[in-house]
Write a protein that binds this ligand. Sequence first.
Ligand code: PLP
Length: 233
Amino acid sequence: RRDFINTNALNYVSECILSGWVSSAGKFVNQFEDSICRYTGSKYAIAVSNGTVALRLALLIIGVKREEEVILPPLSFVATANAISHLGAIPHFVDIEKERLGLCPLSLENRLKEIAILKEDKIYNKFTGRRIAAIVPVHVFGIPSKIIEIKKISEKWNIPLVEDAAEALGSWETFEDKFKHCGLFGDVSTISFNGNKIISTGGGGMLITNNPDIEKKARHLSTTAKVNHPWEF
Ligand SMILES: *Cc1c(COP(=O)(O)O)cnc(C)c1O
């Protein structure tokens, strides 16, 4: 109760219920997405049911498939690894650094040098034979990980970057003399609005991205993937 005192939460909930539009078709979800865009500076925001689903969807869209590996740090909430597992992919842990407790750029670079092999434009782990499909740094406790260095490595190796920004709403990294919100360095990133997060919707999550193709796919897949057809339903 304390968390919602001095907010408009109760007014919004009663407005929502009185309007009858209690599903995602109501105006509040769109308003929430717009607010997150304005606040973070993201071009697009797509609300989903929780942070785990957001991360799973982000990974699916950037092309993670069954039996592929996704690099993540071992210090995170278990949901990061769960989202990878939910796709049938395999979590591949690389250590954290001690200043910000995020994925360590040096360990990442060293690991890739040790295991990576290039085959037809794609990076494989030569010891397991599996493709390395994505890198997922986590901004733990809202502390930005060393995302600028991590991004450089992901670009150098041509591995997609998805930031787990579940805990990092309101966290900014300096980039080219400006502040850039966590989650806007990767191809697509995710936020959580669970009860223990910066702000809460009870349960909820969001993808943020500046990429219109990713936005389209996320919107399509998060709303039952319905395609136009002579029969409306
Ligand atoms: C909370 C959290 C998630 C998952 O979000 P849910 O909304 O609880 O599914 C994912 N990653 C991290 C780092 C988190 O803290």
